[in-house]
Design a binder for this molecule. Structure first.
Ligand code: AMP
Length: 220
C-alpha cells in the first residue's frame, strides 16, 4: 500500500501518517523530518536546505526530488509520504520514479482545515528534538508536561513554527499546492479529508477512506 498525504503545515498529516503506518504496517516518510534530520546532523544536504527551511521557503525541486528518490526507491515495504510531493514537478517526478519500479501510488489524501483552527494548532505544537515525536498542548499532550513520552527529553517549539515563519509557510503552501491538487483531483485515487476535527475523529475518517479505497476488511 502506497499513500501520499497533502495538506497545509499544521493539518495533522504527521500524526495521521504515523497512525496509518501503525495500523497497516507501513513506513512513514516525512519530507520535513528527513530535511530537519539532515540539518541537525550538519550533512552536506543539511547545509544546502537549512536556509530554505528556516525561512519557510520550499527546498528547490531538483534537490528535494533527489533526496526523496534515495529514500523511496530502495523500499521493500509500503509507505506513507507526508509533505512530499509539494509541487507539480515533484508530483510528476514521483510518478515517474514509482512507475519505473511498477509501484504506483495507491491513494492521495488531501487534508483540508479551517484557517482559524490551523492558527491555533501552531501555537500549541511542541516537538521532541531527539526522536521528533510531535505533541500538542490541547490535543496530544505528553504524559509529563514539557517532556517527551519516549525519551523524557525537554520538548521544544520548532524554529519554523514561529508566527512569522508559519505565515510564510502557509502562503508558500497555498501558492504551490493549487496546481498539484488539480493534477491529483483528475485521477481516480484522490480523496479529501476534513481535518478540522480532533485527531481521533480525523483518524476514523482516514482509516475508513483507506479501507474503502483498498477494499480491506474491517477488524472484528
Ligand atoms: P514540513 O515539516 O513538512 O512543514 O516541512 C518543513 C520545511 O521543510 C518546509 O517549510 C520546507 O522548507 C521544507 N520542505 C518539506 N517538504 C518539502 C517539499 N516536498 N518540497 C520542498 N520543501 C520541503
Amino acid at each position: 500500500m502506497r499513500l501520499a498525504l497533502l495538506g497545509p503545515p499544521g493539518a495533522g498529516k504527521g500524526t495521521q501518517a504515523s497512525r496509518i503506518c501503525n495500523v497497516f504496517n507501513l513506513l512513514h516518510l516525512s519530507s520535513g523530518d528527513i530535511l530537519r534530520a539532515e540539518k541537525m546532523a550538519g550533512t552536506l544536504i543539511g547545509r544546502k536546505v537549512r536556509d530554505f527551511i528556516d525561512n519557510g521557503l520550499l527546498v528547490p525541486d531538483d534537490l528535494m526530488i533527489g533526496i526523496m528518490r534515495e529514500k523511496i526507491l530502495p523500499l521493500k515495504q509500503g509507505f506513507v509520504l507526508d509533505g512530499f510531493p509539494r509541487t507539480l514537478p515533484q508530483a510528476e517526478a514521483l510518478k515517474d520514479m514509482l512507475d519505473g519500479i511498477y509501484k504506483p501510488l495507491g491513494l492521495v489524501l488531501n487534508f483540508v482545515v479551517d484557517a482559524e483552527i490551523l492558527a491555533r494548532r501552531f501555537e500549541g505544537r511542541r516537538v521532541c528534538p531527539v526522536c521528533l515525536t510531535v505533541y500538542h498542548l490541547d490535543t496530544v499532550p505528553p504524559k509529563v508536561p514539557g517532556k517527551c513520552d519516549n525519551d523524557g527529553c525537554e520538548q521544544v517549539v520548532r524554529p519554523d513554527d514561529s508566527p512569522e515563519v508559519v505565515r510564510k509557510r502557509i502562503q508558500t503552501y497555498q501558492e504551490s499546492m493549487a496546481p498539484l491538487i488539480a493534477y491529483y483531483a483528475q485521477q481516480g485515487n484522490f480523496k479529501t479529508i476534513n481535518a478540522s476535527g480532533n485527531p481521533d475523529e480525523v483518524t476514523k475518517q482516514v482509516l475508513e477512506k483507506v479501507r474503502r479505497h483498498f477494499e480491506l476488511d474491517w477488524p472484528q
